[in-house]
Design a binder for this molecule. Structure first.
Ligand code: UD1
Ligand code: MG
Length: 461
């Protein structure tokens, strides 16, 4: 690998503001760590930014810095501390040491607007450059603009100034055009103004929005779908935004040929892959790297995380995590399949069956009340109701191997490590402690004793 001594100057640096406390969330956790859809609020913003042409991302953190920084550790972003949270303008001031000699565009994005799309960010960058503006920002017209900064335009449609909601006169509060919280600046033009910002406002904060009145021209990109710019400041807005997010994903899959019977009670993370003719019944949630093959039917009431569900399999009222099922399986109701379980084709896993880190061959069934852990089952095995693999001796986990065609009787306990050969029959109620050869019947329980006409002594005269 060639080692380069020359690191080109970035043209576009993104700065994400994520240092605020989020007082209105009334939470012990910093606002930007709240989330939905498998990402935090700031994680959603970063995910959008990572799909644009920005060269570098810096995240300004402060409130709850340790937790926020930990959540960003795998994101490949720079971290900048704002030790005291004195407003969005003050937050951007903290980026200056990282931008010495920088002559490009600074993109600033509030960390609390998780529905922003890469397309909008890229469009803002492109228009900022093609319009030759000193600054550009996204605006939207809201039916209820409460809480947002209001954007006032000049006759030529460039921006004159932004007034924060709490600093607006009653008349100004009727103004519907708002500031979304995403901006482009020519850094060399911004810095002289930013460094001298005043905090002469209702909150005594340094507002980034105050730089706008001192820059000309400022280009406004008015967004059509105003839902994209919704900011999350309280839990009501968090729920609204989460719902819009999930509906976006569900609409995508419905148009791709997936049936979703009750979109209001279904959530699918954007990392999930679905094939056509999948049917999703109410109260079903698909997360992480889950893949669902064609014709599978999921739900009602199921949670599937980082798992693959085979074609035409049916999963009812069950939880499947980090596992794989083959095609044409019937899972549930109330099955729990987890941590590396691999289920073959045409298997039936029934009520109150837990399967952990086990492999099941094709046509193998475990229909009721069982635990299979660290087990390898061949094809056409039948696990009787209440069979348990006792895999843990208090210190270590041990394997169980069950050969093809074997049948375990109800309530049998297989003490691992243990191997049952092919076509073994285990008598009901057995506690099997030693390996069993192929073709054998094993019965390991006390013999039945019957004493006819027997009465306890104290009842005899
Ligand atoms: C801000 C804008 C407002 C806009 C709205 C859009 C300002 C002054 N106002 O208001 O015009 O309509 O967003 O949602 O910018 N933050 C810091 N450090 C701080 C303060 C805030 O990093 O000292 C971060 C917060 O973590 C948050 C973002 O900046 O992610 C915005 O802060 P917030 O307090 O939510 O501003 P708004 O009142 O929503
Ligand atoms: Mg906000």
């Amino acid at each position: 690998m060639a080692i380069s001594w020359y690191t080109p100057m970035p043209n576009t640096v993104a700065c994400v503001l994520a240092a605020g406390k989020g007082t209105r969330m009334k939470s012990r956790m910093p606002k930007v760590l709240h989330g939905f859809g498998g990402r935090t609020l700031v994680g959603h913003v970063l995910h959008a930014l990572q799909q644009t042409e920005v060269d570098q991302i810096q995240v300004v953190i402060g409130h709850g810095a340790e937790a926020v920084e930990a959540s960003l550790s795998s994101q490949g972003v720079g971290i900048i501390y704002q030790h005291e949270q004195k407003g969005t303008g003050h937050a951007v001031q903290q980026v200056a040491p990282a931008l010495q000699d920088f002559t490009g565009t600074l993109l600033v994005v509030n960390g609390d607007m998780p529905l922003i799309t890469p397309q909008t960010i890229q469009q803002l960058l492109d228009r900022h450059h093609s319009e030759g503006a000193k600054a550009s920002l996204v605006t939207a017209r809201l039916a209820d603009p409460t809480g947002y900064g209001r954007v006032f335009l000049k006759p030529d449609q460039s921006i004159e100034r932004i007034v924060e909601h709490r600093d607006c006169t009653p008349n100004e509060r009727l103004h519907p055009l708002v500031n979304a919280g995403i901006y482009c600046f020519d850094w060399q033009m911004l810095w002289p103004i930013l460094k001298d910002l005043s905090n002469n406002n209702d909150q005594g904060e340094y507002y980034l929005t105050d730089v706008i009145a001192q820059l000309t021209p400022v280009f406004a990109l008015e967004i059509r779908d105003e839902r994209e710019i919704l900011g999350v400041n309280n839990r009501l807005q968090l729920a609204e935004v989460a719902q819009i997010y999930h509906q976006r994903i569900l609409q995508h899959w419905m148009l791709e040929g997936v049936t979703i019977l009750d979109p209001r009670s279904t959530t699918i993370e954007d990392t999930v892959q679905l094939e056509s003719d999948v049917v999703i019944e109410p109260q079903t949630h698909l997360r992480g790297s889950t893949v669902v093959r064609s014709g599978a039917s999921l739900g009602p009431g199921s949670l599937i995380v980082d798992s693959e569900i085979g074609a035409e399999s049916v999963v009812r009222y069950s939880v499947i995590e980090r596992s794989r099922t083959g095609s044409q399986c019937a899972i549930g109701p109330y099955s729990h399949i987890r941590d590396g379980a691999v289920i073959g084709d045409n298997c039936r896993i029934g009520n109150f069956v837990e399967i952990k880190k086990s492999t099941l061959g094709n046509y193998t069934n475990s229909a009721h009340l069982s635990y299979l852990g660290d087990a390898t089952l061949g094809e056409r095995v039948n696990i009787g109701a209440g069979t348990i693999t006792a895999n843990y001796d208090g210190f270590r986990k041990h394997p169980t191997i069950i050969g093809k065609g074997t049948k375990t009787g109800s309530n049998s306990v297989l003490i691992a490590p243990i191997t049952l050969g092919e076509d073994v029959n285990v008598g009901a109620g057995s506690v099997v402690t030693k390996d069993v050869p192929a073709g054998a019947l094993v019965v390991a329980r006390a013999k039945q004793v019957v004493k006819e006409n027997w009465k306890p002594k104290h009842k005899t005269e």
